[in-house]
Write a protein that binds this ligand. Structure first.
Ligand code: F6P
Length: 324
């Protein structure tokens, strides 16, 4: 592989707190090593439009603490096609880009894998609040989202207790129950519903009623957005079944995607950004940076895009036990 002189960085898919911290780390590490840095706007969509320009050290200043992504992000249909990928390769060549760092979730890593297969030196960095990716214990943004969720649960419990209510709190996560399970543990939920462990409405109702009979003043039910029962469906069923508590719903939605990255996310994003550039400069490609134990290490993109992360059922059981 020829020497990498110009590194481009893009963010893709759903944004996640800490993406900016990572952009800064990638840019500063590359510039420190005497390389040019190009910022690509709006993910693969912007790449196909040639929407990119140089990033200098000052342009990535003052963003370490900002949520969202200064580069913008998008989900691109055209890039999924062969023609789109060939066009992307051509545009990168025209801009003299020798290597790319892609910051994003599983769809973004599939895109990175496709370009790696066409010979582009490319390294991925996992960033998604869902924590649904194989190959890393934590993705950038997860910790901040969990802190946001935990803050919301604390507030909702205050009002739930005052009115003796059951609160159904819906978390994001697509088809992965990670956020819901961890929210259940750290927020002290009575019941958690996740896609990986389907339940019936009757089972949930029995647990909520049991909590009422045991003298609890509230019942917190965390519903992952991908669970087998819809939050609204569950709420109207509980109202009809008379489980003791009256019921209210809070859908946390995109609140979970914004906000200042936590210390954990800033550290993870900085470490992964630096390691991604180091890897490119050392001639590595077709890998994603993963948090494995305490270390940030490269894992093959081929595994990231084909292997399934295991569900956190031990934490699911822990949340159940601690709801006693
Ligand atoms: O992947 C991150 C995520 O926030 C999921 O949890 C959620 O299902 C989805 O993105 C929402 O996508 P959008 O921002 O396009 O509505």
């Amino acid at each position: 592989m020829s020497e990498i002189k110009r590194i481009a960085v893009l963010t893709s898919g759903g944004d996640a707190p800490g993406m900016n911290t990572c952009i800064r780390a990638v840019a500063r590490c590359a510039l420190y090593n005497g390389r040019d840095v190009i910022g690509i706007r709006d993910g693969y969509e912007g790449l196909l439009l040639g929407a990119m320009g140089p990033l200098d050290a000052r342009e990535v200043g003052g963003i370490i603490q900002r949520g969202g992504t200064i580069l913008g992000t998008a989900r691109s249909e055209e890039f999924r096609t062969e023609a789109g990928q060939l066009k992307a390769m051509q545009i990168l060549k025209e801009h003299g880009v020798d290597g790319v760092v892609v910051i994003g979730g599983d769809g973004s890593m599939r895109g990175a894998r496709a370009l790696a297969a066409r010979g582009l030196p490319i390294v991925g960095v996992p960033a998604t609040i869902d924590n649904d990716m194989w190959g890393t214990n934590m993705a950038i943004g997860v910790d901040t989202a969990l802190n946001t969720i935990s803050d919301a649960i604390d507030k909702l419990r205050d009002t739930a207790s005052s009115h003796r209510r059951a609160f159904l709190i819906e978390t994001m996560g697509r088809n992965c129950g990670y956020l819901a399970v961890m929210a259940g543990v750290i927020g002290g939920a009575e019941v958690v519903l996740i896609p990986e462990a389907p339940v019936t409405i009757e089972e949930v109702a029995a647990k909520v009623e049991d909590a009422y009979k045991r003298g609890k003043t509230h019942s917190i039910v965390i519903v992952s957005e991908g669970a087998n029962i819809l939050t609204t469906e569950l709420a109207s069923a509980l109202e009809k079944m008379d489980v003791g508590f009256s019921t209210r719903i809070t859908i946390l939605g995109h609140i979970q995607r914004g906000g200042r990255p936590t210390a954990f996310d800033r550290l993870l994003a900085s470490r992964m950004g630096v390691k991604a550039v180091d890897a490119l400069l050392a001639g590595q490609t077709d890998v994603m940076m993963g948090l494995r134990g305490r270390e940030v290490e490269p894992v093959p993109l081929a595994d990231v895009v084909t292997r399934q992360r295991e569900a956190n059922l031990d934490y699911y059981e822990m949340a159940k036990m601690l709801a006693f």
